[in-house]
Each structure stands twice: as structure tokens, then as C-alpha cells.
Design a protein around this ligand. Structure first.
Ligand code: GLN
Length: 209
């Protein structure tokens, strides 16, 4: 099985660990650079992106995270994780740091402050899936290398981009770890498996001999 980490500084870590394990991955929390170096893929969970970024800097993880993204590590960011993967932010505090890598402009708390948490429907490729949004961002604009995977259908934010992929990077505004729908985690574990197949030396086991 592939080993998929969940950045475990703050946020809904346990739900992602469970969703990844249900896909047959070995799911492990990541808090230290050595732990990051040992995974085949990484999930950035929902939570508070400002807090996660500050903790990542304090724990000496910010630069290793950026290096891992540059090196091609598959990373999936959900909600706050989408904010963390964005190259550009709007509606964020001045100077909020991100890991970056995804050529998108992301608007924080995009659905409005009054809309704290709600369920909606997202069109994901040919499928329509239920989605949970919690003070969620959306993708305001995306560069040419970014594939739009999902948009809100109806209601608040109708038509807004809420799922994207750019090569080894995947991001959703919503929280698939909180619904029974495993499509996003299935896709991400597939991405990790494919990356391991095409570059097996990346794997910690292979490197350690
Ligand atoms: N509003 C949060 C942020 O920008 C994200 C909320 C969430 O992850 N549920 O960090």
C-alpha cells in the first residue's frame, strides 16, 4: 500500500486518516520533516489556514513542504488546505503565507461570513456529489495548467470553482472526509499510486534500502 500522510498541526486530521485508510492507503499523521520525508503523498486538512501556516513555520515544516511540492509529491488540500496550496490569496490577512504550487487565486471565506457551514451539490466531472462547506474558500481564477474538476451547482456560489487539479496537486473547497462520498479520496490515492509507480525511488522504503 502507499503511505499517505495527513499534515497534523491543526484541523480535521482524524477524518482524513480514516478516509485514506478506507481507500487502502497506510495513513499516518505528519508533524515533523522526517515524517514528511517518509510519505508517498500528503493531505492538507481543513482547519484554519493562518494557524496551520504559522505552526508549519514554527515546526520547521514550511520550507520542507514547499520543497516537497516542487519535487512532485502528490498533495491534496481540502478547504484550509486549498488556501495553503494557492499561489495567490484574496480576502486573506496581509502577508498570510502559503505553501503554494497551485497556479490559482483563492478567495478565503468566499461564501460570506454569514454562511458558516452548509451542504450543497457539486458537479465533479460527470457526477453530482453532495458537499459540505465550512467557511470555505473558492477558486477565483485559475492559470492555464489548472484543470477545473468541480463547480457548485445551484444555491450560494452557483457555478464557482471548488475542485481543481494541476498535475500532482489536488484541491477542493469542500470536505469529502465529512461525507460518505469517497470519490475525491479515491482519486487522490490513485494519483499517489501512479506517482509511486512512475518514480519508485521516491518511496521511503526504496530510499532506505
Ligand atoms: N476559513 C478557513 C481558512 O481559510 C478554512 C475553513 C475550513 O478549512 N473549514 O483557513
Amino acid at each position: 500500500a502507499v503511505t499517505v500522510g495527513v499534515l497534523a498541526l491543526q484541523g480535521d486530521v482524524r477524518e482524513h486518516l480514516a478516509a485514506l485508510a478506507a481507500q487502502g492507503a497506510t495513513a499516518v499523521p505528519v508533524r515533523r520533516p522526517e515524517e514528511l520525508a517518509a510519505v508517498d503523498g500528503l493531505v492538507l486538512p481543513g482547519g484554519e489556514s493562518t494557524t496551520i501556516a504559522k505552526l508549519a513555520v514554527r515546526f520547521g515544516l514550511m520550507e520542507p513542504l514547499r520543497a516537497a511540492v516542487r519535487a512532485g509529491l502528490p498533495v491534496y488540500g481540502s478547504c484550509a488546505g486549498m488556501v495553503l496550496l494557492a499561489d495567490r490569496l484574496v480576502g486573506a490577512p496581509e502577508g498570510q503565507e502559503t505553501i503554494g504550487g497551485l497556479d490559482v487565486t483563492v478567495r478565503r471565506n468566499a461564501f460570506g461570513r454569514q454562511v458558516d457551514s452548509f451542504e450543497s451539490t457539486v458537479r465533479l466531472g460527470a457526477d453530482t456529489v453532495p458537499a459540505v462547506f465550512i467557511r470555505a474558500p473558492w477558486v477565483e481564477s485559475a492559470g492555464p495548467a489548472v484543470e477545473v474538476l468541480g463547480r457548485v451547482v445551484g444555491g450560494v456560489g452557483d457555478g464557482r470553482i471548488v475542485a481543481v487539479r494541476q498535475g500532482h496537486l489536488l484541491a477542493t473547497s469542500f470536505h469529502p472526509e465529512l461525507t460518505g462520498d469517497r470519490r475525491v479520496h479515491t482519486l487522490f490515492v490513485d494519483m499517489v499510486e501512479q506517482a509511486v509507480r512512475s518514480a519508485p525511488a521516491r518511496r521511503s522504503g526504496a530510499v532506505a534500502g
